[in-house]
Design a protein around this ligand. Structure first.
Ligand SMILES: [Zn+2]
Length: 364
């Protein structure tokens, strides 16, 4: 769809149909058939960049993503050009030098320093050794990029039809269930706050589809090689605005709103303009990746891309944060003898990060 849209605005009339008419038709059909009232999702209030955010409903975790070929220059991504945020602790160093993802626990630590909200000093609560291959691995936090390819296919049954739950560009568009839940809630909030013109233009792609897209891409700055696209997980959704070329998104009200609000539903703006050195992908204000709310909040709050976030987790003792009165603890672990330590008295999720370690998200 991205290619079609590009051609659409560059005067290839036949493709204009695909660019705007078909998406609009699906959007219209969506509202006629489903009705806006159907898409009631989590509503968040009091969202802010200082923690203590109120979240009435936690988005279900999900996994899904893939990258695509795209359009021309996007300009500044308003909304993510935030200054480094004061972490609220003394001695905070907000610099984020070149990202280095360690590949084993034995590799020397990078000096990347980033103060987590509340550094964990006591991790004794994580005291139950569990074999990683016996744990339910959500895979929501897997790093997929040029250096870390997708491993395997998404779990059977995890990829579901996105239509008619949300407006889509085509009827066969699919997403990981967790990403779909998040997008549904995000769109419901957008309808109340802003507009009802958002739709998903691209979701899950298998290897062959990604290969096709990559080979057809005229501008590889936006394209991921097959095997290296988040879209192959189903956790990524390209979100567009009906009637708007994506090159206009970054400066549009819709683009800014998405950049500011996606985290509330567990989605991160994966390729922002100011992180191209870390992601090796040009800015894409339309590409959102599901990682889960706590992690999306952190990335948003401290303006970290996923590469930086995982590097920070690897180099820290984790963090705690309270969202809507619910206290979360996030901790990174390398397997020891095939085992990681999970909490004894807390609920938790585990996700591999696709570099060898595991991220545990625990809550009371
Ligand atoms: Zn994408």
């Amino acid at each position: 769809m991205i290619q079609s849209q590009k051609r659409g605005v560059t005067g290839y009339k036949g493709k204009l149909y695909y660019a705007f008419v078909i998406p609009f038709a699906f959007v219209c059909a969506y509202f006629l058939g489903v009705g806006a009232a159907e898409a009631v999702g989590a509503r968040m209030t009091g969202a802010g960049r200082t923690g203590g955010t109120n979240v009435s409903t936690r988005a279900e975790p999900g996994h899904n993503a893939a990258e695509t070929a795209g359009v021309g220059s996007l300009g500044e991504l308003v909304g993510l050009q935030r200054e480094a945020v004061d972490a609220g602790a003394s001695g905070t160093d907000n610099t984020t030098p070149g990202v280095h993802i360690r590949t084993s626990a034995n590799e020397p630590r990078d000096m990347l320093s980033h103060a987590f909200v509340n550094g964990l000093s006591d991790t004794t609560a994580f005291s139950v050794p569990m074999k990683v291959n016996t744990l339910a691995n959500t895979r929501y936090l897997e790093l997929i990029n040029r250096d870390y390819p997708v491993k395997g296919e998404p779990d059977t049954g995890a990829i579901v039809a996105a239509w008619p739950t949300v407006p889509t560009s085509t009827g066969d568009l699919a997403l990981h269930q967790a990403a779909l839940d998040a997008v549904e809630q995000l769109f419901a909030a957008a309808r109340e706050d802003l507009s009802n013109t958002l739709y998903v233009g691209s979701g899950y792609r298998d290897y062959d589809k990604q290969k096709q897209i990559y080979q057809a891409a005229s501008d590889k700055a936006y394209a991921q090689k097959p095997g290296h696209s988040e879209h192959q997980t189903g956790l990524a959704a390209d979100i567009f605005v009906v009637g708007m070329h994506q090159s206009k998104m970054a400066r549009s009200a819709e683009g800014r709103w998405l950049a500011e609000n996606a985290w509330k539903y567990g989605l991160i703006l994966r390729y922002s303009d100011d992180k191209t050195k870390q992601t090796n992908i040009a800015g894409e204000p339309w590409h959102f990746r599901y990682v889960g709310q706590v992690h999306a909040w952190y990335c948003y709050e401290y303006n970290l891309c996923l590469e930086e976030y995982i590097a920070c987790l690897q180099d820290s003792d984790g963090y705690t944060v309270t969202l809507d009165g619910k206290a979360y603890t996030v901790l990174y672990q390398w397997p020891n003898d095939g085992k990681i330590d999970v909490p004894e008295n807390m609920a938790y999720d585990v996700s591999g990060d696709n570099t060898g370690g595991y991220i545990i998200t625990a809550w009371e």
